[in-house]
Write a protein that binds this ligand. Structure first.
Ligand SMILES: Nc1ncnc2c1ncn2[C@@H]1O[C@H](COP(=O)(O)OP(=O)(O)OP(=O)(O)O)[C@@H](O)[C@H]1O
Length: 255
């Protein structure tokens, strides 16, 4: 174990970066109600890589949207650090998402006319933030994009494009990165590259990462997996293996 490696147990005991309490989200659809979140309490700690799993419709996306301030819960609270993000005005939420949260989506979301480097730097430019060149160099090195920085996205493989998106999300050292099915569009080799990088970022850069995934192999890269069913957290596994995650998921789907 290297000096910079923190044992997973130590990471889960560090102070929480994100704290959600009593999260309820009810959708009204044509006269009936859907309880997408039925009272979720969950914490995410600094430097921890957490996967959120559960059967289809269990509330994973809704939970991530409420945690990230992309949607407002019907009731309950979310704190990012000391900031209660539930209750912030739209403009403050926009700034908070821009300055303190990183996002990685299944569909990369790169701008096609910008090079890899320009895509990585774009959010900092929009926010008029000075770039920590040392961190940029480090991230580029770790994601293995050094010789691809001048390429347009169309000239990169899917895995390389997602690594650009990951580097972009991490450049500003956001307090938390939310990844929504980040390997959903990748073949298994490229997916593994991206997942290794996310895992290493949590370990080496103390980056807090929360990932929604359907894939037990992807979840096995996390330090911890929380399982949702019918809008509630019903199970949790630390130091998961793909086999263990598959078995728990199967149990939830059968129940
Ligand atoms: N905008 C909406 N309006 C009405 N119902 C919604 C809305 N968004 C989600 N739901 C419902 O809330 C529940 C949870 O949905 P959510 O998308 O969070 O689940 P999920 O676990 O992410 O599903 P999947 O794995 O299929 O993506 C589902 O029953 C869904 O139909």
């Amino acid at each position: 174990m290297s000096d910079t490696t923190v044992h997973p147990q130590a990471r889960t005991q560090s102070p929480p970066v994100v704290v959600a309490r009593g999260l309820v989200k009810t959708f009204e659809t044509g006269g009936s109600q859907v309880h997408a979140l039925a009272g979720v309490d969950v914490d995410f700690h600094r430097g921890a890589f957490t996967a959120i799993m559960g059967p289809s419709g269990s509330g994973k996306s809704t939970l991530m949207h409420c945690l990230a301030g992309l949607d407002a819960p019907t009731s309950g609270t979310v704190h990012l650090g000391r900031t209660p993000i539930t209750g912030l005005r739209d403009r403050d939420l926009t700034l908070l998402r821009r300055d303190r949260i990183g996002f990685i989506f299944q569909s990369f979301n790169l701008l096609p006319m910008l090079t890899a480097e320009q895509n990585i730097l774009l959010p900092s430019q929009i926010a008029r933030r000075s770039v920590d060149r040392e961190r940029f160099e480090h991230i580029v090195e770790v994601v293995g994009l050094r010789d691809r920085l001048g390429h347009l996205p169309a000239k990169l493989s899917g895995g390389q494009q997602q690594r650009v998106a990951v580097a972009r999300a991490l450049l500003n050292a956001p307090e938390v990165v939310y990844a929504d099915e980040p390997t959903g569009n990748l073949d298994s080799r490229s997916g593994a590259e991206v997942l290794r990088f996310l895992r290493d970022s949590a370990r080496d850069l103390q980056q807090t990462i929360v990932m929604v995934t359907h894939d037990p192999v992807a979840a096995s890269y996390a330090d911890r997996v929380v399982f949702l069913r019918d809008g509630s957290i019903v199970d949790e596994v630390t130091e998961p293996t793909a086999e263990l995650v598959s078995a728990r998921l199967l149990k939830l789907e059968e129940a």
